[in-house]
Design a protein around this ligand. Structure first.
Ligand SMILES: [Zn+2]
Length: 451
């Protein structure tokens, strides 16, 4: 206990540590006792009373001080070659409660979780160091001390919480929190966290797991739960049209094309395949040509995978609701017209990755039936029956809206997604899409009243 000191202020010059990595929620598939589980994350807006906000803020502050003190202890131990780990730090908690009685106002598992977080952070740091040694691209910044705005959530593990029938949540030491559960939570609840965002709003994150093969393990039930009538709005919803011209078009006006390096590789593949077809069967040259084809195939697979990861990460980082076509319903009819280049498999992968990442990012993915999303006017709802496949611009005869065809569809998709979760049309918030400059081009609009 002696080396554990509490600091409220400290100058922190240990940099390069990615805050987002500190979240302990990043497992999607987990094997426990030989059984595979799917993890699913739910996020709901919570509305604590002012008294509860005071309690939450002081809890956050105490947890942050504990976190920083434990980090200090670890650094000190490392320098003096003493052994400190999760277990030893956890064992100190009763002594801390003795000395600082205010910690008794915090649920014991919440306090324990602080030590656990630090431990995770350390694990992560050492993993990155190892990766770096193996020559992988990894930045391994040392775990750093947390300032007030960097420590903004507490987590209940195993117990100390209850979901109530009225849709609220009960947290030990905090009490009943008003919450709008816009989706029913299924599976076994593993953890419940409450988080203060940068604006000062509060969110509850619930992580559940489902045994693989159980009725809820698929993504298929994403949109089927009954919406809650009073559910609050999402701040940054987006609809995505899987397009004919661009790979995807978003409702906030971005089109993403498959990157040019993919096209190049595809050309190379064709060439390699042609080359292979000219070689005599059983010859050594044919074997070599075959290997070349396989290599290009592998490269393309990697590039596509990388592209899908970037794109899906971009989507879940910029949006809290992502509405997209349910390809099972759509039957991929539209896709047949797409120049095959990147094609169906890529869409499926992008959708899969988006759903997968949304879980940990706290975004909601809503698959919707894309029927009439191209024909319907996103402004007035009029259906344009004579829309041809070749019409790149949607012009509404009823209200005069003139807009890129795919963007019109994307906006309809977004609105259907919002309606499905029980929300009205939001204000348009153009998302800032960074990190994909080469692949992102603004939609060319013709006299559209919308952005
Ligand atoms: Zn119209």
């Amino acid at each position: 206990m002696d080396s554990l000191t509490f600091m409220s202020e400290k100058s922190h010059n240990l940099q390069g540590w990615d805050e987002s990595e500190s979240i302990i929620i990043y497992t999607h598939k987990k094997i426990r006792g030989g059984t595979e589980f799917m993890m699913r994350t739910y996020r709901f807006r919570a509305y604590p009373s002012s008294r509860q906000i005071d309690m939450l803020n002081s809890t956050l502050n105490l947890c942050r001080e504990l976190y920083n003190a434990m980090l200090e202890q670890r650094i000190y131990a490392y320098r003096s070659k003493k052994h400190v780990n999760y277990r030893s730090q956890q064992d100190e908690i009763p002594a801390i409660k003795e000395r600082f009685p205010e910690f008794r106002n915090i649920h014991s598992l919440v306090v324990q979780d602080v030590a656990h977080r630090l431990d995770k952070t350390y694990d992560h740091f050492f993993r990155r160091v190892r990766e770096k040694k193996q020559g992988k691209k990894a930045s391994a910044g040392f775990p750093r001390f947390k300032s007030t705005d960097r420590y903004n959530s507490i987590t209940y593990t195993q117990s100390g919480f209850r979901l109530l029938d009225n849709g609220h949540v009960w947290l030990s030491r905090i009490g009943e929190l008003r919450m709008f559960m816009h989706r029913s939570v299924t599976g076994d609840i593993r953890t419940i966290s409450i988080k203060r965002d940068s604006v000062g709003d509060w969110f509850i994150t619930i992580i559940c797991d489902h045994e693989k093969g159980s009725e809820h393990d698929s993504w298929g039930d994403q949109g089927n739960e009954q919406p809650h009538a009073n559910s609050p709005g999402f701040t940054n919803p987006v609809g995505i049209d899987l397009g004919l011209k661009a790979l995807i078009t978003t409702s906030d006006g971005m089109q993403m094309e498959p990157p040019s390096f993919l096209r190049k590789s595809e050309k190379k593949l064709k060439k390699a395949q042609r080359n292979l077809s000219r070689k005599q069967k059983g010859s050594g040259k044919r074997r070599k040509a075959k290997t070349r084809v396989a290599k290009v195939h592998r490269k393309i697979a990697r590039q596509r995978d990388d592209f899908s990861h970037k794109l899906s990460r971009n989507l879940v980082e910029n949006h809290d609701l992502i509405a997209l076509e349910d390809l099972n319903i759509a039957g991929m009819v539209k896709n047949r017209h797409l120049a095959k280049s990147i094609g169906d498999a890529s869409w499926n992968r992008i959708i899969q990755y988006t759903m997968y990442k949304a879980e940990s990012a706290g975004a909601v993915v809503v698959p919707i039936n894309p029927m009439h999303t191209s024909q319907k006017c996103s402004k007035c709802g009029n259906i344009k029956h004579d829309l041809k496949l070749s019409d790149r611009i949607y012009h509404c005869n009823s209200c005069g809206l003139t807009i890129d065809r795919d963007m019109n569809a994307a906006m309809n998709i977004r609105d259907i997604g919002l309606a499905k979760i029980g929300r009205g049309t939001p204000e348009l918030t153009p998302a800032e899409i960074g990190a994909l400059p080469a692949m992102v081009t603004p939609v060319a609009e013709t006299g559209s009243p919308l952005r």
